[in-house]
Design a protein around this ligand. Structure first.
Ligand code: SAM
Length: 312
């Protein structure tokens, strides 16, 4: 029997409505920092960023290895992990503009601990939501359901966080409970009738829809993916493009204090957002330089901040 697997394939799926990387936008300038990014985050100008995305070491207690490098994933004590990560989260909050957002990418080991910390730090009114990023590639467990999702926590700097739904629309799915009919102009619309009120709801197919908070249409990178740089735990550009497009516009400013292979910066650069990223590992910096058009890394915090201020 041939089993069909409904696995999203980044190479074959159509691009979301908002082209990740916004083809029309000119490449934006940015700042690359080599070193411990906590000092950089703490020194970052207040209220200057529209988005901070972080994909920190998850606290697995192991070493993450890739073809072109490795990094230690910290100890597996969740409280120690939160205590370690907390200062970056506090610095990020200070660096965000009033309409800015923090996205923290975690997995099942740490997410609940970090969420409690963020509720205290930002206040629950600033909790904008959590994205469950679903994928299927990789090993399976024989002792339970495969752990095939990460959780990305989203907090606004204030309850007035920016959100641009029209930049992240995705195609409407066929085969849902709604039937597809033609409207008076001949356009395909999905239609449903509220049984209680009799009210008819119509959604033009061509307009797409704003995604739910679970994303199953972006697969994690597999070994032969063209995007693959060889850095462990590299995230797909489509994932970052959706986040960048959801909360920023071209000309905005994006930070990633745990840059790794530079996914966030590559997406921000291509889509006309100013960017700052960093990594402590020399191999990661080499990969990012190649990916970010040869940009020279700063090793002094003051120089990195000055470079950002010089390009408003
Ligand atoms: C999960 S990886 C990030 C992967 C990245 N999102 C990507 O798409 O390639 C975490 C990164 O944090 C870096 N890192 C860990 N501690 C750091 C620190 N104190 N300062 C800067 N970078 C650090 C590691 O070297 C590693 O590259």
């Amino acid at each position: 029997m041939v089993r069909s697997r409904r696995v999203a394939d980044n190479r074959q799926r159509p691009l979301p409505f908002a082209d990740p990387g916004g083809a029309a936008a000119p490449a934006a300038a940015g700042v690359l920092f080599h070193g411990d990014s906590l000092a950089l985050a703490r020194a970052w100008p207040a209220a200057s960023l529209d988005l901070v995305y972080v994909d920190p070491p998850f606290g697995t207690g192991s070493v993450q290895r890739g073809r072109r490098g490795a990094y230690a994933d910290r100890g597996d004590d969740p409280e120690a992990h939160v205590a370690w990560l907390g200062p970056w989260l506090e610095a990020s909050r200070a660096a965000l503009a009033a309409t800015g957002s923090l996205f923290v990418h975690l997995d099942w080991r740490a997410v609940h601990h970090v969420k409690v910390h963020l509720d205290h730090l930002f206040g629950r009114r600033c909790f904008a939501g959590e994205v469950v990023w679903c994928y299927a590639v990789g090993g399976k467990s024989r002792r339970g359901f495969g752990r095939k999702h990460d959780t990305i926590l989203w907090y606004g700097r204030t309850p007035g966080w920016a959100f641009y739904p029209d930049q992240v629309r995705v195609p409407r799915r066929g085969g849902s409970h709604m039937r597809v009919v033609r409207d008076a102009d001949g356009r395909a619309v999905q239609e449903k009738t509220d049984r209680r009120t009799g009210r008819v709801y119509r959604y033009p197919v061509a307009a797409g829809k704003v995604p739910e908070d679970w994303w199953a249409d972006i697969e994690t990178l597999n070994h032969s993916d063209v995007e693959r740089t060889g850095w462990p735990s590299q995230k797909p550009e489509r994932l970052l493009a959706r986040i960048v497009d959801a909360v920023t516009v071209p000309g905005g400013a994006v930070a990633d204090w745990f840059g790794g292979s530079g996914t966030t910066a590559a997406v921000a650069r291509r889509s006309g957002r100013r960017w700052v990223t960093a990594d402590a590992a020399a191999e990661a910096i080499a990969i990012m330089r190649a990916r970010l058009a040869g940009v020279e890394p700063h090793t002094r915090v003051d120089d990195a901040v000055a470079a950002f201020r010089a390009r408003p």
